[in-house]
Design a protein around this ligand. Structure first.
Ligand SMILES: *[C@@H]1O[C@H](CO)[C@@H](O)[C@H](O)[C@H]1NC(C)=O
Ligand SMILES: *[C@@H]1O[C@H](CO)[C@@H](O)[C@H](O)[C@H]1NC(C)=O
Ligand SMILES: *[C@@H]1O[C@H](CO)[C@@H](O)[C@H](O)[C@H]1NC(C)=O
Ligand SMILES: *[C@@H]1O[C@H](CO)[C@@H](O)[C@H](O)[C@H]1NC(C)=O
Ligand SMILES: *[C@@H]1O[C@H](CO)[C@@H](O)[C@H](O)[C@H]1NC(C)=O
Length: 294
């Protein structure tokens, strides 16, 4: 910790998490697994989303009935604190920590995530919109993503210009011996202050990223109106100078899903269907946000 101070619990999030049961793509349009995109349809049915033994269960299920609804043969779940809770470093709490204790699943095509999107200016139609425009000019913070066998926990920032002028920087962490993270619960955490973010697994620091202070030498935003990669970054700590809300989701990769590709090759529906035995669950013990007082 750079800035010493007293640590206080700002929020324990169980009550602030709401299910999202829209189609799975950010645009709101449905892209069936057959055509490439993610392979799930999110629901809030108990088969996909429930509390069990004190844990939040997000579960991917092979569900032929789901195909009849939206041509997606799998259902899963996504929850978020949108409209209920959002946070950023502040004068009262210059450093905050967002963490969750999670047991991720492992299996070809699985893509569990614990992440954040900007809260201001987000709408149902534009969940990545923030004060600096559409994704990724307003930023995305990925505290944890794991793919397939879950041998790596990825921590990533997306920022820069409006898509396709977006940039990102990613780091990853492996358990000793390269064991799968799926074997047990682990605590995934992010410490965030105006100039710096730090990623942790079980208290082990594995990545640090910095504000570019209005240059490209760290995170930056080109703002809502940028039309070229050469645009001048905003002279601030944007896009991570605004409030973000928290999301937990369990997705399935498709043929065009970069994240679950193996050696550059996406996961075809038949392959997913042949390999992935469902149900597969992402278990969340708790989500907490802490603030350090100066
Ligand atoms: C699930 O989370 C990851 C987080 O990085 C996100 O990129 C992905 O689009 C999400 N999938 C869906 C369908 O919400
Ligand atoms: C954000 O919302 C405010 C108020 O609705 C609006 O004035 C502003 O233009 C929006 N900014 C962006 C980048 O969409
Ligand atoms: C993990 O980090 C290493 C070292 O930076 C990098 O070479 C590798 O591509 C990363 N893996 C993933 C899946 O991002
Ligand atoms: C941004 O500013 C902070 C604090 O003034 C400084 O510590 C950091 O090195 C700067 N980062 C860059 C990339 O210049
Ligand atoms: C997928 O797997 C299930 C269960 O093994 C099977 O019933 C179904 O026919 C398979 N094929 C497709 C295309 O969903």
């Amino acid at each position: 910790m750079g800035s010493a101070g007293t640590l206080g619990l700002l929020m324990a999030l169980a009550a602030a998490l709401s299910p999202e049961s829209q189609p799975s793509e950010g645009s709101g349009t449905v892209q069936p697994l057959q055509s490439s995109a993610q392979g799930q349809w999110y629901t809030d049915l108990p088969q996909n989303l429930r509390l069990e033994d004190g844990k939040l269960v997000l579960q991917a299920v092979y569900d032929p009935a789901a195909r009849a609804i939206r041509d997606q043969p799998y259902t899963s779940a996504r929850v978020r604190t949108f409209g209920k809770y959002a946070v950023a470093p502040s004068q009262a709490h210059p450093t905050i920590k967002v963490e969750a204790r999670i047991k991720v699943p492992a299996g070809l095509g699985l893509w569990p995530a614990f992440w954040m999107l900007p809260a201001d200016n987000a709408t149902a139609a534009c969940s990545g919109c923030g004060r600096h425009g559409v994704w990724a000019a307003s930023g995305e913070i990925d505290i944890l993503e794991a793919a397939n066998d879950a041998t790596k926990a990825l921590g990533t920032l997306h920022y820069g210009g409006p898509w396709p002028l977006n940039s990102y920087t990613s780091n990853n962490y492996s358990l000793p011996g390269g064991a799968s993270l799926a074997g047990d619960f682990h605590t995934f955490g992010l410490e965030w202050d105006a100039k710096q973010m730090r990623w942790y697994v079980d208290g082990q620091l594995f990545a640090t990223q910095y504000s570019g202070n209005g240059t490209r030498s760290g995170w930056f935003s080109l703002g809502a109106d940028a039309t070229s990669l050469e645009a001048q970054p905003l002279l601030s700590d944007a896009p991570f100078s605004q409030r973000f809300y928290i999301i937990l989701n369990l997705s399935l990769g498709g043929e065009a899903t970069e994240f679950t590709k193996i050696n550059g090759v996406g996961i075809a529906p038949a392959q997913l269907n042949a390999t992935l035995a469902t149900p597969q669950a992402m278990l969340v013990d708790w989500v907490r946000v802490w603030g350090y007082s100066p």
